[in-house]
Design a binder for this molecule. Sequence first.
Ligand code: MG
Ligand code: MG
Ligand code: MG
Length: 309
Amino acid sequence: MSNKIYIVGHKSPDLDSVIGAISYSYFKNKLENTDIYQPAIAGNLNEETKHVLKQVNFSIPVLLQDLSDKKVIMVDHNEFSQAVAGIEQAEIVEVIDHHKIDFQYSYPINFKTAPLGASCSLIYQEFKKHSIVIEEKIALAMLSAVLVDTVITKSPTCTKLDVEIIKDLANLAGVDDWQNYGTQLFKIRSSVEKLKAKEIIKSDFKDFNFKQENVGIGQVETVDLSSFKKRKSELLDALENIKEKENYHSVILFITDILNEGSWFLIASDDKNKIDQAFGVNFVDKSCYIKGVISRKKQVAPKIKDVFN
Ligand code: MG
Ligand code: MG
Ligand code: MG
């Protein structure tokens, strides 16, 4: 086993998990005056992640396909179902994450968690705690991640502390109008509409295991819901296809209209009643618009989990 320690986020990597890996590697290497920490990714990059990496001129982290026998720090996830293959055989040295905890390990490790809006907010706190300077490019990348994960502070997962962190990172990055900068990022994010239906569903997709049943939940955040509504039947076909081929009880795609703070849901399920019950609505033709629901972590996943328990 080499002494390299990989810092890696979840499968279907989003901006927070990629910038989390990069910024936390930078932090750990500085703190310990070493170069053993290496950022990695668990899959292909989405559009806004490619955009941000280019903007700050960071190289794309190494793609890991198998974590067996590797030393690993998990960032922005802690559930093995969301990790790179081989996590059960990896040596986990630390976890830094802002999601619900579903984690078991046979050894004592550092487990850093807080109910903040982004993993990069926790990483920001680590920089501050140890008085390590956040240089301009790292600040811009972290700012971008916190803005996307908190939906420009609109998400119910966003705390007062996240808002303070956003303001400080914007200041460090030389961004005068962070709301406008965030909106630009979401315009790039919406370019998923150019993708095939299956790619749209899988672009930000998470697996959950509720009482032995597999549920997959994909989310798209957009400023233009109408472009997705036009593709309803194609998206529903792709959801059905994923459900059958990959053995899910239910596959859910919700497309969040960030300007109107609501989401349009599409489902493929073995039991539609359960999904109706979860949200207290009636899905007609496998779809439903639900006002006020915009967070997978805080709203969608807990509601679905409740009806399985
Ligand atoms: Mg994430
Ligand atoms: Mg995150
Ligand atoms: Mg997200």
